[in-house]
Design a protein around this ligand. Structure first.
Ligand SMILES: NC(=O)c1ccc[n+]([C@@H]2O[C@H](COP(=O)([O-])OP(=O)(O)OC[C@H]3O[C@@H](n4cnc5c(N)ncnc54)[C@H](OP(=O)(O)O)[C@@H]3O)[C@@H](O)[C@H]2O)c1
Length: 278
């Protein structure tokens, strides 16, 4: 019987990108507000992973939450996606870089395991390469060693996924992608995920779809439901089976994003939003 990973995954992830020295305070606020899933990366260029660790340590000390209450996701990022602050030796083979990045993440996050370890993006936009296969094998080793509970991939196309699955590699539990409404909200990749029992994580649901949020359909639904347009989009995402991310820096938006979990949309509305732009 396939393992139902969704049981261990909260319904909304709080993203910690681009928060720099506000990372610890905002992560703490997100958890106090009710988020239990945290997304970060060992990529100092866009994330301050150690700040996430500081927030968690403070909350554990206070007793508000303990490690098992939190779904913690981090990523391995190739050298090309990093700046000079590398969490690995760039001259080492990729498999060693993956292990070094994980060791560094565990130090930053002050833990001995993460719940999910994600390949931040394949080496090439065109397909799943030998380098990706090497990184993925190294991630499987982390899984087997118990340093992560699940593994995933990010910024992937249908082609990447098909090639990855063809190669009979261990399947990802997660796909994390930027979700454009003009691509039917990543329809092809979502369909593949559904078929292969992979959980689709969507980011930039608001920022990649600014025009869609202004459309009359979303506006009138928001009005009818006494909700915000952002809440309608997050509720829609959940109802089509997506695990949404938000990286809001605003306390009220944090509350609203979580409250969207209680918002229901009729199936006809969900279908209309799904094809609103593509
Ligand atoms: N795998 C990858 O390559 C990748 C790439 C990008 C992001 N991510 C992950 O996804 C997370 C989210 O990133 P994102 O690209 O979706 O953008 P985001 O950081 O969530 O930004 C959302 C923007 O929308 C605004 N906003 C307005 N109303 C909002 C509401 N009700 N709720 C939330 N935001 C609202 C926010 O402003 P306020 O701050 O004022 O609310 C913010 O400017 C990141 O932190 C990161 O963890 C992953």
């Amino acid at each position: 019987m396939p393992i139902d990973h969704s049981l261990a995954v909260p319904p909304f992830l709080y993203g910690t990108a681009w928060k720099e020295d506000r990372t610890a305070a905002l992560t703490e606020l997100a958890i106090r507000t009710g988020f239990r899933g945290i997304d970060t990366a060992n990529q100092r260029r866009h994330y301050y992973e150690a700040g996430v660790g500081q927030a968690l340590a403070a909350l554990y000390r206070e007793g508000l939450v303990s490690r098992p209450d939190i779904f913690l996701q981090t990523k391995f990022t190739y050298k090309d996606g990093q700046d000079h602050r590398l969490p690995f030796d760039p001259s080492a083979p990729v498999s060693v870089q993956v292990a070094q990045s994980m060791t560094s993440s565990l130090e930053h996050l002050e833990t001995d395991y993460v719940d999910s370890f994600v390949l931040h993006g394949p080496a090439s936009g065109y397909g799943w390469t030998r380098i990706d296969a090497e990184a993925w094998q190294a991630m499987i080793k982390e899984l087997e060693a118990g340093r992560t509970r699940m593994i995933g991939v990010s910024n992937v196309s249908l082609r990447h996924l098909e090639q990855m699955v063809d190669s009979r590699d261990h399947k990802p539990v997660f796909v994390q992608n930027r979700c454009f409404a003009r691509l039917g909200w990543d329809r092809e990749v979502r369909a593949f995920c559904k078929q292969h029992n992979i959980i689709y994580q969507g980011f930039s649901l608001l920022t990649a779809n600014v025009d869609v949020l202004r459309q009359p359909l979303i506006r009138s639904l928001a009005e009818q439901l006494n909700a915000t347009q952002a809440q309608v989009v997050f509720a829609f995402a959940r109802l089509i089976g997506m695990l949404p991310l938000t990286g809001t820096t605003d306390a009220e938006h944090m509350r609203q994003d979580l409250a969207s979990l209680d918002l229901n949309l009729a199936p006809d509305w969900v279908n209309a939003i799904e094809s609103i732009a593509g």
